[in-house]
Design a protein around this ligand. Sequence first.
Ligand code: XIL
Length: 317
Amino acid sequence: AGLNTAAVAKGKLYFGTATDNPELTDTAYVTQLNNTDDFGQITPGNSQKWDTIEPTQNTFSYTKGDVIANLAKANGQKLRCHNLVWHSQLPSWVTSGTWTNATLLAAMKNHITNVVTHYKGDCYAWDVVNEALNEDGSYRESIWYTTIGPAYLPIAFATAAAADPNVKLYYNDYNIEYSGSKATGALNIVKLIQSYGVKIDGVGLQGHFIVGSTPSQSSQASTMAAYTALGVEVAITELDIRMTLPSTDALLAQQKTDYSGTVAACVATKNCVGVTIWDWTDKYSWVPSTFSGQGAACPWDENYVKKPAYTGILTAL
Ligand code: XIL
């Protein structure tokens, strides 16, 4: 069995991968992306972000996002939709606009309502708010927070819920997979949204890890349990485990262990619904262009050969 088949046999909803529009011209890449034995779920890596969808205020461009939504639909793969409100990949009309609380709230609600309505019925889940926290658990000083205050979070979730009452609504972040100030901040976000009487269904644990310093299986499982105790599900939403290049046999062996432990934490957690890797091949990983000198973070190498990490995942499932 492949990764998705094994995940479903363990009671998970899916094992999936991110993808992005430029890669879809590579036919060998697309053949594996379409392999539902490995991938039962797809996340668009960029094409549902604000700068792509609403580059000019109130002008919506769904072409790129639709290509990926339609690919998933054709394959019978679930779609995790990503994302609605984030500080990054915003168009300049948002970041350089002159806003009041009322005008920015109206622009945020208009964006959420349009995008969620457009994809209504296509998404298993939406990442409604992405990366709202600093490392110390305080709120990131994004335009959303500085203009609207923490109420932008429950208002974003309420707006998404009104547009599609059936889609799962997630808060998604990194470095919240192990206990500490930032995980406490994420727990407080769940409680804040709930305190407004607004629906939040899940917490997305991005899982951008480093070979050899990935949080342990037990640490990840106990943190997942803290979220699910609040009545929400969890998912690993953007898993990749990078190393300082060049890759060696020892690093690949440690990477296998790290992938295995992370996936095992989700398997052991009843309300961890699935695992998504942040693209499946090193050829199209975001890591080398973002973390200088690092890479080889995916379970397949740049020639589409399975690395030891693939077996590590499969044995955890
Ligand atoms: C990344 C994409 O993979 C890159 O192609 C893009 O240049 C930057 O964003 N956390 C997230 C994702 O929630 O949206 C980010 O995706 C990776 C980190």
